[in-house]
Design a protein around this ligand. Structure first.
Ligand SMILES: *[C@@H]1O[C@H](CO)[C@@H](O)[C@H](O)[C@H]1NC(C)=O
Ligand SMILES: *[C@@H]1O[C@H](CO)[C@@H](O)[C@H](O)[C@H]1NC(C)=O
Ligand SMILES: *[C@@H]1O[C@H](CO)[C@@H](O)[C@H](O)[C@H]1NC(C)=O
Ligand SMILES: *[C@@H]1O[C@H](CO)[C@@H](O)[C@H](O)[C@H]1NC(C)=O
Length: 494
């Protein structure tokens, strides 16, 4: 998508539907918005009030502490509480956010408190063609022996383009010449590379060397390109190039493997005897991440870890390797390293809101806190259970996604106990199990006797949200009001 085409798009369903999850309202529809990367700060993505239909008015936003919460805790968007506009809070760089993952989707929720209500949304960050293809090595040498027969092909390193999809490298060309033409090799996911195919036998006496320019073109409009110079050197001897056992090696490595662990041993053979048969292994035009993380032994072909892996940062590496013989002809292969997740991240707890003090005699299931838990590991390593001490009159209830609410189990009596220290414990199901605790203190405040307890009884069974609503209505002297903020501002009576 081009810049300027960043009009918000909405996916609408015909039915307006809410469902209850642990006593919490969750809007069934997921709002879908999109924005082009690099749009200016302040760019208006959408107006949430329009998407909430009649259920929420603009005046509710401030009153109910509306906020935008992204799954990764960042604040890419800002909610203008006066208008309901969702505004871009920072310039988004698709490449930094999602790398090669496409589509690039950021999940978030709009949360309203009291009653607790969630609206789910996702922001799709569209790629613009803001990067050119680039060869890691701008100047390559290709040695071809004189006797090589036409039709022989030579694998070259492809160019890299940080953009994705159509904006990434689509094709290669070379300067027209009588000796070689380029063939695009497309072996699926991320493995598009050029091959030079020999058109006629080379004659060193006539032309010992020549230069050609290899150009990588992306599919953006307008398209961008990058070039590399290939110096073709015709060698005198009738030599065979080394060949790897496999064109592609795949290996899985646990992310907690120590430095110097063996990743894989590669091996190539060369039909020539003596010096021309002696091989030397090396990386070929490898990325900075690969150079930082791996090393290859020139003689044994053993690839080892040079630094620690981190699954949460990089899940896989593509290592281009080459074997060069004494006559400096070379063969190429690729090692794909899949990093395997181990349970190395403890769960995280983030409090979204805490209501304290809470009034005594309030109805059961009054909401005391909202919090979110997260574990950056995957599978069982990232699955969590959440609990508090057994002997407290509070319950932890899962609400929506990784959001939980802490509610009262029964009404509390300040005279019996005025303070509760609650430890929230989150344990993951990985091996070993990792656990995180968070302590909160909830105070119980005195509530003057009045019409309120009697009124409260009237609404038993009406559900959490109605309870707090009624409670507020009673305390404010029987007048109907939609000021839901009240509960947060209850103070301890002397
Ligand atoms: C790549 O470019 C060549 C030469 O311009 C063209 O013949 C070929 O069809 C292109 N391949 C693809 C996949 O676009
Ligand atoms: C090829 O390019 C290299 C590097 O720019 C240069 O040194 C060499 O003279 C060129 N060869 C020919 C035949 O133009
Ligand atoms: C709660 O914790 C605070 C500080 O850690 C402590 O002073 C207080 O006595 C504790 N209260 C209860 C009821 O355990
Ligand atoms: C939470 O409270 C418990 C019990 O008082 C204590 O053992 C623990 O160290 C506290 N944890 C934190 C993170 O403060």
């Amino acid at each position: 998508m081009e810049l300027g085409e960043g009009t918000p798009r909405q996916i609408r369903q015909v039915l307006l539907l809410f469902f209850f999850l642990g006593g919490t309202l969750v809007y069934a529809e997921t709002w879908g918005y999109s924005v082009a990367e690099e749009a200016e700060i302040g760019f208006c993505i959408a107006n949430v009030i329009k998407d909430m239909d009649s259920s929420v008015g603009v005046e509710d936003l401030a009153a109910r502490g509306a906020r935008v919460i992204f799954d990764d805790y960042k604040s890419y968007l800002r909610l203008d509480l006066q208008t309901g506009n969702l505004l871009l809070n920072e310039q988004l760089d698709r490449e930094a956010l999602c790398g090669t993952t496409e589509p690039c989707i950021l999940h978030f929720q709009v949360l309203l408190e009291n009653p607790l209500q969630f609206f789910r949304a996702e922001l799709s960050v569209k790629d613009i063609n803001d990067h050119s293809p680039m060869f890691l090595e701008k100047h390559m040498r290709l040695k071809i022996s004189e006797g090589t027969s036409p039709g022989t092909s030579f694998q070259m390193d492809g160019a890299q383009d940080l953009d994705v999809g159509a904006n990434s490298v689509q094709n290669y060309t070379i300067t027209p010449n009588p000796h070689l033409h380029v063939k695009l090799h497309d072996s699926g996911k991320d493995r598009k590379y050029p091959e030079l195919v020999l058109d006629q036998t080379l004659d060193r006496e006539k032309e010992p060397e020549f230069n050609i320019t290899l150009t990588a073109i992306d599919g953006g409009s307008p398209s961008r390109s990058g070039t590399a110079l290939i110096q073709v050197v015709v060698v005198d001897i009738n030599d065979n190039a080394p060949e790897f056992e496999r064109p592609l090696y795949e290996v899985q490595v646990p992310e907690n493997s120590p430095v110097d662990s063996l990743v894989i041993r590669v091996s190539a053979t060369d039909l020539d005897a003596e010096i021309y048969g002696e091989l030397s292994y090396s990386f070929s035009h490898s990325s900075r991440d690969v150079q930082k993380t791996f090393e290859i032994h020139p003689v044994s072909g053993e690839v080892r870890l040079k630094s620690l892996l981190d699954f949460e940062m990089i899940q896989s590496y593509t290592i281009n390797i080459q074997a060069t013989d004494g006559g400096s002809l070379s063969g190429k292969s690729v090692v794909i390293v899949q990093v395997v997740d181990v349970n190395d991240n403890p769960p995280e707890i983030a409090m979204t809101s805490l209501i304290s003090p809470i009034p005594e005699n309030s109805s059961p299931e009054m909401m005391v806190a909202i919090f979110r838990i997260r574990d950056q590991d995957t599978g069982d390593n990232g699955r969590m259970i959440c609990s508090i001490q057994n002997d407290l009159p509070f319950l932890v209830k899962p609400t929506f996604k990784n959001f939980y609410t802490l509610v009262t189990e029964r009404s509390l009596d300040r005279e019996t106990r005025a303070e509760y220290n609650i430890t929230i414990t989150v344990t993951d199901l990985g091996t070993p199990r990792l656990q995180t605790q968070h302590n909160i203190t909830v105070l119980v405040s005195d509530v003057p006797e009045g019409p309120f307890p009697a009124r409260l009884l009237d609404v038993s069974g009406a559900g959490t949200l109605a309870h707090s609503y009624q409670y507020e209505v009673c305390l404010s002297g029987g007048t109907q009001t939609s000021d839901f903020k009240f509960l947060k501002s209850v103070t301890k009576s002397p």
